[in-house]
Design a protein around this ligand. Structure first.
Ligand code: NAD
Length: 285
């Protein structure tokens, strides 16, 4: 079997077009959706991510502000910037790119972002709303994965879903969204015994570990849908996912590539969340 490719670039383009239309409507009503992106330090991957996010905003007609600070920025300085943006009416979404330098408490920074502007969906009140089935913002990467499954007409209700990776930004919210959609969900982590036993029972496998090609075709149930969230830079400079694409595609029914899978969807869903925040701001005017 050779799996169907789930094309994140193509789907993200459709979503970004819908975002552009919603942004135009909001702007016509006097509310131009605005996103502020803060990056601290010079981590090369973070620099690429924030530039891509801001460029995507501009292309879709959103207002965006990129604030780049040196790694020497103090925690208080960063918290004060976040508080100023919380009070800024032209900004509807605030994103602080992670990781932050070690002297800054990322948890405290996220909790300082106004929950109504937390377009990453990482604030504890947004995590709680997601857990109780009433999300205000769905974290962008799992939200993008749900859109991919939806566009592929994957049957989620009643499906067995195995998520490998239990981070707050991918694995745990992914589990909540799949569970809300009716899947029976297992979350595996680095301590899981016999990982392959779990994955071989899964109709849907989502891998988000940061371990290059750790899931191969022998671990996949024939016909399963495989979503690869991982982005790993190999020594030769090429990108690869957490799934061994070549062997997995021979067993799966559908699979996401890396690059060109989940990555573009994450950015598209950040725009969607910013639009949702701006629409709420307009509704409360
Ligand atoms: P993280 O390091 O915060 O969490 C990794 C998780 O994987 C942990 O729960 C850990 O227990 C688990 N894990 C590690 N090794 C394992 C193993 N051998 N078996 C089972 N579980 C194992 O990572 P994260 O922030 O969730 O990111 C994971 C990957 O996804 C990274 O490659 C990251 O770059 C990528 N990512 C991609 C996007 C995107 O838009 N495509 C967004 C976020 C993260």
């Amino acid at each position: 079997m050779t799996a169907r490719l789930i094309d994140g670039v193509k789907l993200a383009a459709v979503i970004r077009e819908e975002v552009a239309q919603r942004a135009a409507v909001l702007t016509a009503h006097g509310v131009r959706p605005g996103l502020a992106v803060i990056v601290v330090g010079s981590d090369p991957a973070s620099q690429v991510y924030v530039r891509n996010k801001v460029a995507a905003c501009e292309k879709a007609g959103l207002h965006s502000v990129l604030e780049a600070y040196p790694a020497s920025m103090t925690q208080d300085e960063l918290l004060n910037r976040v508080k100023a943006l919380n009070a800024e009416p032209t900004i509807h979404g605030i994103l602080v790119q992670l990781p932050l330098p070690a002297h800054i408490d990322a948890h405290l920074v996220i909790e300082t972002i106004a929950a109504a502007k937390d377009v990453d969906g990482f604030h504890v009140s947004n995590a709680g709303l997601l857990m109780t089935g009433k999300p205000l913002f769905r974290p962008c990467t799992p939200y993008g994965v749900m859109k991919m499954l939806e566009s592929e007409h994957v049957e989620i209700r009643g499906a067995v879903a195995v998520i490998i990776g239990a981070s707050n930004i991918v694995g745990k919210p992914m589990a909540m969204l799949l569970q809300s959609a009716g899947a029976t969900v297992t979350i595996c982590n680095s301590k899981t015994r016999d990982l392959a036993w779990h994955t071989r029972h899964a109709d849907i496998v989502v891998v988000a570990t940061g371990k290059p090609r750790m899931v191969d075709g022998s671990m996949i149930k024939p016909g399963a849908v495989v979503i690869d969230v991982g982005i790993n830079r190999l020594p030769d400079g090429k990108l690869c996912g957490d799934v061994d694409f070549d062997s997995a595609k021979e067993v799966a029914s559908a699979i996401t590539p890396v690059p060109g899978g989940v990555g573009p969807m994450t950015i598209a869903m950040l725009l969607v969340n910013t639009i949702e925040a701006a629409e709420r701001a307009l509704a409360s005017k």
